[in-house]
Design a protein around this ligand. Structure first.
Ligand code: ZN
Length: 356
């Protein structure tokens, strides 16, 4: 422990926090790997990088921070939140690169447009390095159109290293793995068999030189494939495709991991509702995720008591927010109104584009 310099943890939504430890060497490698994203965007000391990933136990903020420092950029460690201030700093500092989740970038873009700004004129953005949640090609195109910059995807996870395990180049055709530090394999999640390049499966990672918390053949649960052939950019590190989701049922809502079982756990604390429910995940007009929980009240509860229903919905919403850190809209419905299935219950309906 005396050599460990930093510890990060995942949000621990499965009940147990996942811990990643870094010594001096690991922090240096992390910075270098993230810096590749900045170099892929032709960035360097001339760039002003605004890091609006959250700083803290989450690896996004500090990972991006070390990357920007390693690439020699001017770094603005503004962290997440306070969107109007983000916009003011984007304008006044002339930030050229922005690092945050794609959904937060969209929120910044929409807020700037609502404020009457013209990002092409008022901002100096060239590139955005956006990771920590899957996003579709359409979402990327919309971001690029609104903010007049180029969006690069970045991949990492607490268990192997934060963002920087793989980064997209300007070809936007897959993420180059940092193969000098990570060995990647794709396996069939059911049999464990290693699949050939080109086939979709679960990404398995072995760290080559991680010192404080190395992993061997770690199953990431992320679904991707190795893209066969070489990239048009000329770099020879192999590429993984953009993520297709996860092997388990985890939902990523505005960058926060949410399991249906967590929602169920909150529901169970309300005696007025039954265990029949459905979670609908979609997007609002700003392309931000919205979650609606439809839950059946128990037969004894008067569904026509509007005031009572509204009060219960509000209480459940507050409990969800406290337990999950994301907002869930609760809609109480009458008993037996949610379709029953003979097989596995269809608990989640996800209509978001590009997410399976
Ligand atoms: Zn490339």
């Amino acid at each position: 422990m005396s050599e460990v310099k930093e510890i990060h943890m995942s949000s621990g939504t499965t009940g147990v926090a996942t811990v990643g430890a870094y010594n001096d060497h690991d922090l240096k490698i992390w910075g270098e790997c993230f810096a590749r994203g900045i170099e892929y965007a032709d960035g360097g000391p001339e760039d002003v990088c605004q890091v609006c990933y959250g700083y803290g136990l989450f690896t996004g903020g500090l990972g991006a921070h070390y990357g920007c420092i390693s690439a020699g950029c001017t770094t603005i460690p503004i962290s997440a939140g306070n969107t109007e201030r983000q916009i003011r700093v984007l304008r006044e500092m002339g930030s050229t690169i922005i690092c945050c989740t794609p959904s937060y970038a969209m929120h910044i873009a929409d807020t700037a447009l609502e404020m009457g700004l013209d990002p092409a004129r008022d901002f100096h953005l060239r590139a955005g390095i956006h990771g920590a949640e899957p996003f579709s090609d359409n979402f990327r195109a919309e971001l690029e159109r609104k903010l007049h910059y180029k969006v690069l995807d970045i991949y990492g996870l607490t268990e192997t290293m934060g963002p920087g395990v793989a980064v997209e180049c300007m070809e936007q055709n897959g993420l180059h793995l940092a193969e000098d530090h990570f060995i990647a394999e794709i396996i069939d999640p059911n049999t464990g068999e290693v699949l050939p390049d080109g086939e979709w499966g679960e990404l398995v990672i072995t760290t080559v030189d991680r010192e404080a918390s190395p992993v061997v053949r770690y199953r990431t649960r992320d679904i991707t494939r190795i893209i066969p052939g070489e990239c048009a950019c000329g770099r020879t590190h192999r590429r993984i495709d953009r993520l297709h989701g996860r092997t388990d049922d985890m939902l990523i809502i505005r960058g926060v991991n949410v399991f249906p079982s967590q929602i169920e756990d909150v529901m169970k604390t309300f005696s007025q509702v039954s265990s029949w429910y459905q979670i609908e995940v979609g997007t609002d007009h700003r392309s931000l995720d919205i979650v609606t929980l439809k839950a059946e009240v128990n037969p004894g509860f008067d569904i026509d008591d509007m005031a009572g229903i509204e009060k219960l919905q509000r209480r459940m919403q507050a409990a969800m927010k406290a337990a999950l850190s994301v907002g869930v809209k609760v809609k109480l419905v009458e008993p037996k109104s949610i379709p029953r299935s003979e097989g596995k219950a269809k608990r989640v309906i996800d209509t978001r584009e590009g997410i399976k």
